[in-house]
Write a protein that binds this ligand. Sequence first.
Ligand code: SAM
Length: 248
Amino acid sequence: MGRFETAADFYRYREPYPPEFFETVAAKLGLTRERRMLDVGCGPGNLAIGFASMIGSVTAVDIEPDMLRLARAAAVEAGAHIAFVEAKVEDLSLPADSIDFVTIGRALHWLSPPETLAVLERIVAPGGWIAVCRPSATEAPVNAWNEKFKAIRRAWSSDPDETRYRPDVDKWFGPSRFRKVDEISVVHRQKVTIEDLVRRGLSFSITSPSVLGERKPEFEAAIEEALTPFAKDGAIEEELAAKATVFQ
Ligand SMILES: C[S@@+](CC[C@H](N)C(=O)[O-])C[C@H]1O[C@@H](n2cnc3c(N)ncnc32)[C@H](O)[C@@H]1O
């Protein structure tokens, strides 16, 4: 069973990248219809679909068939033309210099650096960019509930230290020809229900339904109990910064 197989259907409850994020990154990098994009670890296709209308062609790769099923359906719904590839990025065989813009969203920690860098060094054309993307909670007081949410997820996790999830991005790209050229951050707020956050909890591979097994109802109840005091009219507000660390 794939790591994300039972988590995939809950992935839409993860922190989103807002439309202004795609507009800002595209404007800062000067993306045009002449450029060719590759989305690595595309999951349900959120980055590929978000950039599709601003760029010439999009290829998206993922190892998890369940994620690709969701991504294909979302792309059809959005009217986005994306070539999906089921593969490990480390094994990807695209022609040399065939990509101008790579996105890696919330996936860097799953990839093997030497093999992935060898692929990227071959396929990224001179002057091309790699954007390592993630939306994350800001320090705003409105996010106070998030510490409780994280504590519960840690308590139930199959990997409580979550060390894998904080790769040093500069170190990761260190041995390659790619150097950091920009840090882009777009802050936005949204309202979510407690039910949405319970589902978000199930979207992580380390607290997925298959990891939790029979303990799933207890996990759900623990999140509901901890977050209910923070809800107003049934909703919780969160402030997020959608970030892109750009290498060239
Ligand atoms: C947390 S999801 C990220 C989805 C999306 N990029 C985002 O930013 O929301 C990570 C994805 O990376 C995929 N993945 C993990 N290792 C991979 C690999 N070696 N090659 C390709 N995809 C991989 C997983 O299957 C999963 O769909």
